[in-house]
Design a protein around this ligand. Structure first.
Ligand code: NAI
Ligand code: MG
Length: 484
């Protein structure tokens, strides 16, 4: 909790109850509609990063297990799913969406326990957005000829999907819903530190009577993911995660008939022009980098401020981060929860160390952190320069760099001069300036006078090392079909 002197009042703890989250001791692989013991006989623990306690054991899929999952998806594709009419596929997707809504509280609490994200986010964003993706793509399932007029739409077959740990349930929905709507079958691998909500989704899928094999969920580490990428029956890989692994997967798919979409890292710039409403901008920037502990590929991790407004922005940012509540992810008051893993925690601390070595001013809120668990104070890195590693590289934590600029041309230059191009934020009261900037920024998603707003109907994806292919909206259907 922040020190009492910095708040006009302090909040009493308001933790969400864990009672509704029924966790089994051990989770098997979801193959061909059944929970199946791994051929490997190996299991690993999923931990709660808020207090480092183990939550459940999760199966580690071997090459043989991956093969069984892919073959079950291929058989379901050939025998059932590819023959089903769009409106029937849509009914299953609507059913999954409604069941996610029914079990929303359980899913939200579990997501916060397994990933460390604040309950406010999992309850108000992740879980409703996951349901909305199923609703949205359910609507497209019987309207594909309108999505692609005058073309014959063909599904691909078995799709392999590999997802990260920052939005576990939402990424699963984001990937599964368009694949099923377009008539493909799926083998999904969640991230090793956050498999539990995907396994709950498997329970939901089972309860919805989706034909066996249409969705298979296999858990494990990078090797499990790699078996899936290499499997000859897989016709498309959809990957979200680090740029390093994305490039590796691109190499593995080269020379094969596999389609590929990659949604990788980011280093988004917020640009505050002198005519911006500064108070509004501060709120958007706080939301943009401290939302989900900054473990967001589109996090607004670089702040570019027009020079004559820098002093005001820095003063207000320092005051605002002092009021952020860092702590128990299950507490409804918490703004910043736990970092997902020890590995990610160490990475963030390492970058804060690099910033110090590079001579930046490191300003952190003075809050006290819980004794156990992986917590990082909201951090500002002031006096940053474009060549600093903390400006160029993805930190993936609650850390914001600040640079100043004089002209709009300079702001565009600074914003674009990095290896990534996923998203950007513009803060200005002049529409013409917003249009000018948004046409020149090399970023897939640009928010103006707002940040981190999502809707299933909006496409999402990047330029440069942020990947290729679009997810969400009509565009999101395109990478799951062949058009004739
Ligand atoms: P990662 O890229 O290693 O993991 C993402 C997924 O890929 C996981 O399911 C993992 O098991 C799987 N995977 C790992 N190696 C694989 C391989 N050889 N073949 C197939 N699948 C494989 O990401 P990691 O190590 O968890 O995070 C490292 C950094 O990546 C973070 O610090 C952050 O900078 C970035 N990241 C970006 C994300 C985004 O949304 N764009 C999400 C997660 C991490
Ligand atoms: Mg976990």
């Amino acid at each position: 909790m922040p020190k009492e002197t910095t708040l006009s009042w302090t909040y009493s703890p308001a933790p969400e109850s864990k009672d509704q989250t029924f966790l089994k001791e051990r989770y098997d692989l979801f193959i061909n509609g059944k929970f199946t013991k791994p051929e490997s006989k190996k299991y690993f623990h999923s931990f709660n990063p808020a207090d480092e306690t183990p939550l459940a054991q999760v199966a580690r899929a071997s090459e043989k297990d991956v093969d069984a999952a892919v073959k079950s998806a291929a058989s379901a594709y050939n025998k059932v799913w590819s023959k089903l009419e769009g409106k029937e596929r849509g009914k299953y997707l609507f059913r999954i969406a409604r069941m996610i809504q029914e079990r929303a509280k359980e899913l939200a609490v579990l997501e916060s326990m397994d990933s460390g994200k604040p309950i406010r986010e999992s309850r108000d964003f992740d879980v409703p957005a996951a349901a909305n993706h199923f609703f949205y793509y359910a609507g497209w399932a019987d309207k594909l000829e309108y999505a692609f007029p005058n073309r014959k739409v063909e599904s691909l077959g078995v799709v392999g999907q590999i997802i990260p740990w920052n939005f576990p349930l939402l990424m699963a929905a984001w990937k599964i819903a368009p694949a099923l709507a377009t008539g493909n079958t799926v083998v999904l691998k969640p991230a090793e530190s956050t498999s539990l909500s995907a396994l709950k989704l498997a329970e939901i899928i089972k309860d919805c009577d989706l034909p066996p094999g249409v969705v298979n969920i296999i858990t494990g580490f990078g090797d499990t993911g790699e078996y899936l990428v290499k499997h000859p029956l897989v016709k498309k890989i959809a990957f979200t995660g680090s740029t390093e692994i994305g490039k590796h997967i691109q190499k593995l798919c080269a020379g094969t008939d596999k389609k590929l979409s990659l949604e990788l890292g980011g280093k988004a710039a917020h640009i505050i022009l002198e005519d911006a409403s500064i108070n509004e901008a501060i709120e958007g920037i706080i939301n943009g980098i401290f939302f989900n502990q900054g473990e967001v590929c589109c996090a607004g991790s670089r702040l570019l401020v027009q020079e004559n407004k820098a002093e005001e922005v820095i003063t207000k940012l320092k005051a605002r981060i002092e009021k952020l509540i860092v702590g128990d992810p299950l507490d409804k008051n918490t703004d910043i929860g736990a970092i997902n893993s020890k590995m990610q925690f160490d990475k963030i601390q390492n970058y804060i160390g690099i910033a110090k070595q590079e001579g930046l001013e490191v300003h952190q809120s003075s809050c006290t952190l819980p004794a156990k668990g992986f917590y990082v104070r909201p951090t500002l890195l002031l006096n940053a320069a474009q060549t600093n590693r903390v400006v160029q590289e993805e930190i993936f934590g609650p850390v914001l760099t600040l640079q100043t600029f004089r002209s709009i041309e300079e702001a565009i230059e600074l914003a674009n001069n990095i290896p990534y191009g996923l998203s950007a934020g513009i803060w200005s009261s002049k529409g013409s300036r917003i249009f000018n900037l948004s046409s020149k920024l090399k970023a897939g998603v640009i928010w103006a006078n707002s940040y981190n707003k999502f809707d299933p109907s909006s496409p999402f994806g990047g330029y440069k090392e942020s990947g290729f292919g679009r997810e969400g909206g009509l565009h999101g259907l395109r990478s799951y079909v062949n058009l004739k």
